[in-house]
Ligand binder design. Structure first.
Ligand code: ARG
Length: 431
């Protein structure tokens, strides 16, 4: 490893201790190395604006930072344990190529604000992806609800309850994912603040051009308090994981439904064949493994959030404990977005089995309709309820799933208007 940036002449660096300090930190730093470089460019420009680096040095530093980004992206520069971390690697490379100009680059910055700004830039991108994926899932669900609405049983307690429809099922997840889009956007708003320039957590005694770095990096605002910039670490990662988590909770529900609906006992749904697997021993099997892993993915997101929460039992100021938040964050996002990416195609192509769904609608499932109709005609509801309970078995006489659905106040049932309401809300979510 190159000498740690903080090494002074009297310190002996023990390899075993260094390994413990670093863990796989330098490998994790690969994930946002390009963001670290982007932030370094803005920092260099800011330093040039206040005369700490000359315009020639600025040009050279920006050129070398661009070269480093390209070399990294194309595999010519490997971020590995030759360096303590990605932040040190940037300075080492600039110093190696440019001498004094490289040695000036860390003026007024700390790895503490460097890691914060890289994480926030990375998260802005990921939350943009989350927002787009949630919107795409909502779009597919809404389009399917608009296109077809086949009758199916509606369940409570996994017991047949009332007539429902595939339109209602899809409309539910359309609205859920519109909400999830909003949650992603709210998390993005929270995170869209620039910590660069807060240094180690107490500011510095030069007039850093924070307005420039904020604008150059595309942040909506500046993080004002340097102490809070540090305190917000972990908190903003949790907010981001909450946003992924809320989408994954709905995914888990949806996956649970599909895993039930694809059993022979229900037999309501045929998944696109690519989303099923076989058994190594049982030749007859077609298993919904993808659906099961979609269901499982929430656990990883929730665990990532919990790990960060557990780290935050800390006093003010930077503490090295916070380093562990990176692994959790990256893992949580990779699992969460990886699951969400599969949803639109799978949902667009799953096939409903109209006949088995219709056959599963029993006459007693109209009993609620009967009681409510009586109540609407003036019979006190409790009396109508008792009468309908006594005759539940024949409640279906003269009724069809379509007639039941047509009278329903619910999107995806008889009410195109309500789907229009969802469509308007989704349209308002466009960037
Ligand atoms: N790898 C460190 C982290 O993720 C970077 C900041 C190091 N700062 C320090 N003062 N040791 O937190």
């Amino acid at each position: 490893m190159t000498q740690p940036l903080w090494q002074k002449s009297d310190t002996h660096v023990d390899a075993r201790i260094m390994r413990f300090l670093a863990g796989n930190d330098v490998v994790l730093d690969r994930e946002f190395f390009l963001h670290d470089i982007t932030a370094s460019k803005a920092h260099v420009e800011g330093l040039a604006n206040i005369g700490i680096v000359s315009s020639d040095e600025q040009a050279a530093l920006l050129r070398e930072l661009d070269t480093l980004a390209v070399d990294f992206a194309e595999g010519r520069f490997v971020l590995d344990d030759r360096y303590e971390d990605g932040h040190s690697a940037i300075e080492a490379r600039l110093t190696e190529r440019l001498g004094d100009a490289g040695r000036r680059v860390h003026t007024g910055r700390s790895r503490n604000d460097q890691v914060l700004v890289a994480t926030r830039l990375w998260l802005k991108e990921k939350l943009g992806t989350l927002q787009a994926l949630c919107r795409e899932v909502a779009e597919v669900c809404l389009a399917r609800a608009e296109r077809e609405s086949l009758p199916m049983p509606g369940y409570t307690h996994i017991q047949r309850a009332v007539v429902s429809s595939t339109g209602m099922w899809f409309a539910a997840f359309a609205e859920a994912f519109i909400d999830n889009t909003l949650r992603a956007r709210q998390a993005l708003d929270l995170i869209d603040a620039n910590p660069l320039g807060t240094a180690a957590g107490y500011g510095v005694n030069i007039a850093l051009d924070r307005a420039h770095t904020t604008a150059a990096l595309g942040f909506a605002r500046m993080q004002v308090s340097p102490i809070y910039a540090q305190l917000s670490r972990g908190k903003f990662e949790m907010a981001a994981l909450d946003a992924v988590g809320t989408a994954l909770l709905d995914t888990r529900r949806l996956a649970w439904d599909l895993s039930l609906f694809t059993t022979a006992e229900f037999d309501f749904v045929k998944l696109p064949p690519e989303y099923t697997t076989g058994s190594s021993i049982m030749p007859n099997k077609r298993n919904p493994d993808v659906v099961e892993l979609l269901r499982a993915s929430y656990a990883s997101v929730a665990a990532a959030r919990t790990e960060i929460e557990q780290l935050l039992s800390l006093p003010s100021g930077y503490q090295r404990d916070l380093q562990f938040s990176k692994g959790s964050l990256f893992h949580g996002f990779s699992m969460g977005l990886g699951a969400l990416e599969l949803l639109p195609d799978m949902l667009a192509r799953l096939e409903w089995k109209a006949e088995t769904m219709r056959a599963a609608i029993e006459p007693a499932m109209y009993a609620t309709d009967v009681a409510i109709e009586q109540a609407a005609a003036g019979v006190p509801f409790r009396d109508a309820y008792r009468a309908a309970a006594a005759t539940a078995a024949s409640a279906g006489e003269g009724r069809t799933p379509e007639s039941s659905l047509a009278a329903r106040t619910s999107p995806g049932a008889g009410h195109g208007l309500m789907l229009d309401m969802l469509r308007d809300r989704l349209a308002a979510m466009a960037d």
